[in-house]
Design a protein around this ligand. Structure first.
Ligand code: SF4
Ligand code: SF4
Length: 441
């Protein structure tokens, strides 16, 4: 019986980490459904981008209030969770504050954790107010209804609860240390929870142990729950922002990708030794698809982008199409891509990993043609994204599919393209008539 709490703790730890690992494997499987990409540019520059954008949060602070608050939550959350290491060791071996032997260093660590916990609580409250009291426009766009809205709020509530439990646990500990309770070593500095401890002055030792143990258990179970919640949430970005910024685009933003399949066909057309009448070999692979109509046609980086999106809406608030009332929202493009990828993942799960067409696709079932053609390809969304996501690349790949596979460009574009093809200019005039204007002078 003496070891029951330790056994329960190990069981909770195994279940929490096991379920998380299962979801990570699913995530990797889903991302690998995309096309492989060859990375361009030096890896040193990629590491630099990751350090600057993901670790240094450089693009977040472009909007200073939200940026600084985000940095507080991010640093606070990462640093405070160093304490999780102590909780895990204590939980497994039945010790209490195992790192107390660090003495003054331990005092500084616990003191820092507490101040950060308080700052995180303040930041989370401000974030909640911005979303729900001030109702900032970008958090109330049509794509933010239902689950995305609830998800954003729940993350704030979970962070609030975790920080509250951490401080409650410490406050009870402060009182127990003062009472000289057995097992509660004299260690740590508690600049915030000592204030809370003052409110617990009338409680008995048994009640304090009950509060301390309950907060301790709920804190670690809450962390394990949050770890597993990530997969279903936009909060996945706290992990994926790192690979995503590493894999971010290094080429100039306006530069188009060449379609490899088109390049091959053009090279064949230009090859003087190629036989124009040759039939394809029997074992030749089927012709490649141009552009993208579903998530499997996108690249692995684009799919990683979709999982990394924080749904912050900075892209949408900068998008000229969205600002002028068009249906397009680059954030929705990323959310739709993730939703469709998850749907494909569920089909794979149901069929033991084999793909069975489900009669749906990203184009039309999730993203409409109207949205795709509303894009001005200005790159403002790419520039605004704090985690190096490129919604425009998905829009362009889907447009390519419409134009090259379905000849389904809007009629104005079709006319323009025919004119370029026939007249060498977008206007419907013969090249020979180009200088006719001279005669009118
Ligand atoms: S590139 Fe397209 S989606 Fe992105 S901001 Fe410009 S118009 Fe909007
Ligand atoms: S694509 Fe980037 S800017 Fe747009 S919502 Fe997602 S994370 Fe925010």
């Amino acid at each position: 019986m003496q070891y029951l709490p330790n056994l329960l703790f190990v069981l909770a730890l195994i279940m929490g980490i096991g379920y998380f690992t299962r979801n990570v494997r699913k995530l990797i499987r889903n991302i690998k459904l995309g096309r492989e990409v060859t990375l361009d540019g030096p890896s040193a520059e990629r590491w630099k981008n990751m350090a600057r954008i993901a670790l240094g949060q450089q693009k977040m602070v472009v909007r200073p209030i939200a940026g600084i608050l985000h940095v507080i939550v991010y640093v606070g959350f990462v640093v405070i969770n160093i304490e999780v290491l102590e909780i895990i060791i204590d939980g497994i071996f039945g010790t209490h504050r195992i790192f107390a032997f660090l003495g003054p260093v331990y005092d500084v660590l616990i003191g820092t954790f507490e101040i950060l916990a308080l700052l995180v609580i303040v930041a989370v409250v401000v974030f909640w107010m911005r979303r729900n009291a001030l109702r900032l426009q970008r958090f109330w766009k049509p794509e933010m209804k239902g689950w995305p809205k609830r998800d954003a709020d729940w993350i704030l509530y979970i962070e609030l609860i975790l920080m509250g439990l951490f401080l409650t646990m410490n406050a009870a500990d402060v009182r127990l240390q003062a009472l000289g309770a057995e097992h509660y070593v004299q260690a740590g500095a508690y600049p915030v929870s000592s204030v809370l401890a003052g409110w617990m002055g009338s409680l008995s030792e048994t009640a304090l142990v009950g509060i301390e143990r309950t907060a301790w258990w709920l804190h670690i179970l809450g962390i394990l729950f949050f770890l597993n919640y990530l997969y279903y949430s936009k909060h996945l970005h706290i992990l994926l922002a790192f690979p995503n910024t590493y894999l971010g685009r290094l080429r100039p933003q306006g530069q188009f990708d060449n379609l490899e399949a088109v390049q091959k066909e053009v090279a064949l057309m230009m090859d003087p030794h190629a036989d124009p009448f040759a039939a394809p070999a029997e074992d030749a692979p089927p012709p490649e698809k141009f552009g993208a109509s579903d998530v499997m046609d996108l690249s692995q980086v684009q799919l990683l982008n979709a999982y990394t999106c924080t749904e912050c809406g900075r892209c949408t608030s900068e998008c000229p199409a969205n600002q002028t009332g068009k249906k397009l929202s680059p954030r929705k493009i990323m959310m739709d891509t993730r939703d469709r990828l998850e749907e494909v993942g569920r089909v794979l799960d149901a069929n033991k990993g084999a793909w069975e067409p489900d009669g749906k696709q990203l184009l039309d079932d999730y993203i409409s043609r109207e949205e795709l053609w509303a894009c001005t390809s200005c790159n403002a969304c790419v520039e605004a994204c704090p985690v190096s996501i490129d919604p425009l690349s998905i829009i362009l790949d889907m447009r390519r599919y419409l134009v090259m596979e379905q000849s389904a460009a809007p009629s104005e574009l079709n006319v323009m393209m025919s004119n370029i093809e026939n007249n060498g200019a977008p206007w419907p005039f013969n090249q020979m008539d180009r200088l006719n204007w001279k005669q009118e002078l």
